[in-house]
Design a binder for this molecule. Sequence first.
Ligand code: 6GU
Length: 224
Amino acid sequence: MRIDIISVVPDLMRSPFEGSIMKRAQDAKLVEVHFHNLRDYTTNNYKQVDDYPYGGGAGMVLMIEPIDTCISELKAARDYDAVIYMTPDGEVLNQSKANQLSLMGNIIVLCGHYKGVDQRVRDLFVTHEISIGDYVLSGGELAAAVLCDSLIRLIPGVLGNETSALTDSFQDGLLAPPVYTRPADYNGHQVPEILTSGNTPKVEAWREEQALKITQSKRPDLLD
Ligand code: 6GU
């Protein structure tokens, strides 16, 4: 998978890609991530990428020209399966959407900033609009990092067997069961006996039962 991220402040999101699983996935060549600073694509003498909205109103709007130049350059080099615009009025991200997008080859992720982008960008270039929840962030950068993390961990080979995405919360429609590690007794607080029994089928049955119980109590909406 190749991900091209377009932003006016790409430095805002570099660090999440430089550690842990997202770094490991890039080191293993399972994903390539490229950042593009919109300012590098402007022909404007002042490197201006935003302007006042027609008709007035608060905030600035990202202009179509540098975005068009950047996307066109990328598309001239290879085919893309999706051009995703990060926006609070997009479709809310969930595990099923992440699974779908993780199967794609090359994607462009466009981060909005200020009041958003000229509507013609959305009409002409964007194939998917994604939000990460019903609250407003200052820009799409942190949301793009969240989206990429959710996709990259799902690429086959990125997670080892012990950390398999198959046991993540949401992956089977349920929240994950509780986990414990040593010591088995911490100041009298015991690990559930079944987990130290060595009886794998019983452990599995216990985990399923716990997952169901926790989902019922914390997120009954997931069971509907
Ligand atoms: Cl994708 N962008 C912004 N600016 N705010 C958000 C969001 C995206 N998702 C939730 N809030």
